[in-house]
Write a protein that binds this ligand. Sequence first.
Ligand code: PLP
Length: 427
Amino acid sequence: MTTNHDLFARAQKLLPGGVNSPVRAFRSVGGEPFFTERADGPYLWDVEGKRYTDYVGSWGPMIVGHNHPAVREAVERAIRNGLSFGTPCAAEVTMAETIVSLIPSVDMVRMVNSGTEATMSAIRLARGATGRSKIVKFEGCYHGHGDSFLVKAGSGALTFGVPTSPGVPKASADLTLTLPYNDIDAAKLLFAQEGKELAGLIIEPVAGNMNCIPPKDGYLQALRELCTEHGVLLIFDEVMTGFRVALGGAQAYYGITPDLTCFGKIIGGGMPVGAYGGRQDLMEQIAPSGPIYQAGTLSGNPVAMAAGLAMLQLIQAPGFYDDLTARTVRLTDGILAEAKKAGVPFSVNRVGAMFGLFFTDETVESYTQATTGDVAAFNRFFHGMLERGVYLAPSAFEAGFVSSAHDDAVIAATIATAGEVFASLQA
Ligand code: PLP
């Protein structure tokens, strides 16, 4: 039988760290990753046949669970017609119509192949449209691995202690100004000093790459006002929150209208897809209708569009988000109650179907709180859960995701497992 260990040994000789994306290597939590053979509903099965209840969901896309028949069948139908055309296809138009109808701030959209491409392109558009060079991002927010964003970044960059990566030219990093998340006074000060030079401010409207940290009341609105006052484009990176915290994303949830929005994950239904969109006067500046260049050989790929469209159909079912939120509340309340029972200092954050678990009594609202939390306790908890067949994101700095396939029985089993693990941590 092929084992996880054998595969990882082979992988490490050929792939940097044995993986194609850093957090998958388990370096933060220690130990070795498992290799997934198949996935269905709320579960993953590794190559050794062990089953895991999955709260990572391919890092977000799997909001209806893995291998949903409607998505799979849409892909099967699409591939019969060919894998890529390099010409326009009807599914791209339907996709654009769907996104525009679901997200009121988006008049026009451009499909790309990943969240990273979406954010890089949105920043280029912001710079091209404003004629300004500097951008603002937030400590601990992750916007993919473009040079402009690997400055005090979250996710894997934070996990491995290299929030600002070697290889990012100083000249590029100097154009990225960073602010503490959830601190409006710091933003006001920066805008007073630099406002005239800022092209755009990019933010995860619910931070999900330094664990899960919701915006404080009024924070996003205050940023909206600052951007408007200084002629700075407000860019919501909804690669994670889009179609997850609500059907209309975080912008619908909090009632804010950004100038540009980046998407990824869920809109691809599990295929490699991203998109950026926004106001018509801005989007029309993209080539070929305007001079700001951005392109892609496989962008708007017919198979990816088919998967994404099937997914976007499923999540428009009446009550889908109320139900998903209720499941997330049940899960996080249940885990919190088990922690309290065992006397473990613990708190949770959640917005829609996104959640964060913290080994502290405090409510976590900032990057500083998130990064000074008890990482060792999280790691012990992670391994206790994994051993018992529950897969949480393998880092204290990642959000968790619930899908519509996580039914009451699955959630109750996870809560019971958490209870066992908390008790074992205290033993
Ligand atoms: N933006 C956010 C908020 C993300 O969470 C991610 C990935 O996790 C990205 C951008 C980058 O997306 P991708 O990994 O598809 O390039």
